[in-house]
Design a protein around this ligand. Structure first.
Ligand SMILES: C[S@@+](CC[C@H](N)C(=O)[O-])C[C@H]1O[C@@H](n2cnc3c(N)ncnc32)[C@H](O)[C@@H]1O
Length: 233
């Protein structure tokens, strides 16, 4: 090579970890009935324990949804309906969750606050009963590290979103700090008992779910949660 010859640009594959498509997303494994049990118990305290601390992320996420009047929005894992007040009233929101107790809390909230643009349905996020391309925006706040199969849920979210629509995921993922990541891995089999896996692997999740994010932002305090915004092709 001559002295002033430009170095070849590295191939994209030089940056991609080799096992990203095959490695496990978490050391913890859960089943739907286990998760359902956890949330039946959490329902009465959810808003107090996971309300204010995770709220800055919810507020930032609503901005990234890019909601326009008349948009059809699907919130997957709607829980107690804590996001309901954040949607503009001129949007048609569908919230799904498989926990009857969480949905009951959400129904109470809708009645209490007079919210009329949100309908609630009991459904498994990994098996949505909507037709392809049914929504303009599909959003999962704090769900993806809760479910047994995050990739199956992301595929379902993508399927029911119309081409050009947004698929947005707000979640805690395994830290890029090696020490913290080790701790998150060790405690993940314990954190499932309070509703989530602490060690979900973001690069592997994005690759395996074939998501192509347009942005990934750090949110909340500390900034340990990620807001992943994608546009459906
Ligand atoms: C951490 S809460 C998130 C609630 C709310 N989205 C928020 O912003 O706080 C996770 C919710 O996902 C629900 N969930 C867990 N697995 C699910 C599944 N497979 N299908 C539908 N909902 C599920 C739980 O019942 C719970 O209400």
């Amino acid at each position: 090579m001559g002295l002033f010859e430009p170095r070849n640009a590295p191939e994209r594959s030089d940056f991609v970890e080799p096992d990203v498509m095959t490695r496990a997303l978490s050391v913890a494994a859960v089943e739907n009935h286990f998760v359902a049990n956890v949330y039946e118990k959490l329902a009465s305290v959810y808003d107090v324990t996971f309300g204010p601390t995770l709220h800055p992320g919810r507020v930032q996420a609503i901005q990234r949804l890019g909601v326009k009047p008349g948009d059809r929005v699907l919130e997957v894992g709607v829980g107690t309906g804590i996001n309901a007040c954040l949607y503009p009233p001129e949007t048609a929101v569908t919230g799904v969750d498989f926990s009857a107790s969480m949905l009951e809390k959400a129904r109470d909230r809708m009645a209490r606050k007079g919210i009329r643009n949100v309908r609630l349905l009991q459904m498994d996020a990994a098996d949505l009963t909507f037709a392809d391309n049914s929504f303009d925006i599909v959003y999962a706040p704090y769900l993806i590290s809760v479910v047994p199969d995050p990739v199956a849920v992301a595929r379902e979210m993508n399927r029911v979103c119309r081409p050009g629509g947004r698929v947005v995921i707000l979640n805690h993922f395994r830290s890029s700090n090696a020490m913290l990541a080790r701790v998150e891995r060790v405690i993940s089999p314990l954190t499932v008992h309070i509703g989530f896996k602490s060690d979900l692997d973001l690069p592997a999740f994005v690759a395996q779910a074939e998501l192509e994010p347009i942005s990934i932002e750090k949110v909340n305090v500390p900034r340990n949660w990620s807001l992943v915004t994608c546009v459906k092709k």
